[in-house]
Design a protein around this ligand. Structure first.
Ligand code: SAH
Ligand code: DHB
Ligand code: MG
Length: 223
């Protein structure tokens, strides 16, 4: 084996061991993955470690209201909803009605439908309707990549000092850390550049997925 192969094998072992120790999936999460596969949805949900990290961040900011942009089958939504107190609320936005139907079933099966609901439509059409439900304590961005900078504008409008804004896929093998001709990648880079330099935020990109080649960019709204 080359050194690179040894390194990747070690990274994968570390990820598997951390997952087993800290981020085991319960029946509701496993059901959601099976239902997503059955419905032919793409397998692009966050990893268990990323799910546990969302719960960590929600606990750190004492989240009672959470907004998610991009639901897919509801996998990340269940991790988020489970971090909420009984009176808390998760709103997740999803453009694809077929995905949203899987989400509703998954939330019911996981027992979080009392505090989590999916809204169907383009995020940029739905976000202006959320002002009366703001401020959100945590916003998780994981939909189409090109508009990430616009999602950031909305996240800043809909949060408070101390809120946390998380965005997935902000490393993408390193491509999201540079200028790009690809529109999706350019959106991710513009997002990173803005959160890195916005004086209202304390921000960091964190490799934690896909053998540490992808991950979240996290930002805390300063007090
Ligand atoms: N957060 C999910 C994965 C989301 S995948 C998880 O980890 O479990 C991205 C999702 O965003 C897809 O379901 C896709 O249909 C949705 N999406 C793409 N463009 C969108 C838009 N403009 N508005 C709302 N949802 C969108
Ligand atoms: C894709 C989207 C995601 O949000 C992700 O985490 C991985 C892949 C995609 O569109 O291919
Ligand atoms: Mg993603």
């Amino acid at each position: 084996m080359t050194d690179n192969k040894n390194l990747v094998a070690l990274q994968q072992q570390i990820e598997a061991d951390i997952t087993q120790l800290f981020a085991a999936e319960d029946e509701g999460l496993q059901y959601t993955l099976a239902a997503a596969k059955e419905a032919g949805l793409p397998q692009i949900q966050i990893s268990p470690i990323q799910g546990k990290f969302l719960q960590f961040l929600a606990a750190a900011c004492q989240a009672r209201k959470i907004l998610e942009i991009g639901s897919l089958a509801g996998y990340s939504g269940i991790w988020l909803a489970r971090s909420l107190p009984a009176s808390g609320r998760l709103i997740t936005l999803e453009v694809n009605p077929r995905h949203a139907e899987v989400v509703s079933n998954s939330f019911a099966r996981a027992g979080v439908d009392n505090r989590a609901g999916v809204r169907v439509g383009k995020a940029l059409d739905l976000l202006p309707q959320l002002a009366s439900e703001a401020p959100f304590d945590l916003v998780f961005i994981d939909a189409d990549k090109q508009p990430y900078p616009q999602y950031l504008d909305w996240a800043l409008r809909l949060t408070r000092p101390g809120s946390i804004i998380v965005a997935d896929n902000c490393i993408r093998g390193g491509t999201a850390l540079h200028e790009s001709k690809d529109e999706a990648t350019a959106g991710l880079f513009e997002y990173n550049r803005r959160i890195a330099s916005d004086p209202r935020l304390v921000s960091l990109a964190l490799p934690m997925d896909d053998d540490f080649t992808d991950g979240y960019a996290i930002a805390v709204v300063r007090s």
